[in-house]
Design a protein around this ligand. Structure first.
Ligand code: 5GP
Length: 143
């Protein structure tokens, strides 16, 4: 299990409650997907379940079964929207692994042959770029 209990005061909890904005690309009854503000590659997005859990260690398997098909849907859309060679899906659990926000999330990151990722939680992207990238993915989902 997780080392600590879920704390609803985390950034993604605030996004889910509409207390802070995000560049949303997809939402259904169980999940939300939005752009990462510090992308490791253009089109880097996050998929989260609406039901709270700190990470995969304390998540309900029934929730995971709802989230993974959405991760796949967004991975396909991001690959096409960004003409990527591949997609990296990353999911961190607890600080030792690199987790910094304690609401379960899956990173979906477009990748290109021979191109390294930018640092995790590195540089903030500007809003216009994030908005345009979100539109690309939304456009692809509509196809
Ligand atoms: P973790 O290390 O927990 O897997 O990653 C958290 C991710 O959330 C990082 O990639 C970071 O760039 C992203 N992030 C941090 N704060 C915000 C925010 O306020 N909004 C969005 N959309 N992403 C955030």
């Amino acid at each position: 299990m997780s080392d600590q209990a879920y704390d609803s005061n985390n950034i993604f909890g605030k996004i889910l409650r509409g207390e802070i904005p995000c560049h949303r690309v997809y939402e259904d009854a169980d999940t939300l997907a939005f752009m990462d503000v510090m992308p490791q590659s253009p089109g880097h997005l996050l998929v989260i379940p609406k039901v709270p859990s700190r990470n995969i260690l304390d998540a309900d398997p029934a929730v995971l079964s709802k989230v993974i098909p959405v991760v796949q849907k967004l991975a396909r859309a991001a690959k096409d929207a960004f003409e990527a060679d591949g997609i990296t899906v990353i999911q961190f659990n607890e600080p030792a692994s690199g987790q910094t926000v304690y609401h379960l999330h899956f990173h979906v990151i477009p990748r290109y042959e021979g191109q390294a990722l930018k640092p995790h939680s590195g540089q903030m992207e500007n809003n216009e770029v994030l908005a345009a990238n979100a539109e690309k993915i939304i456009g692809e989902l509509g196809n």
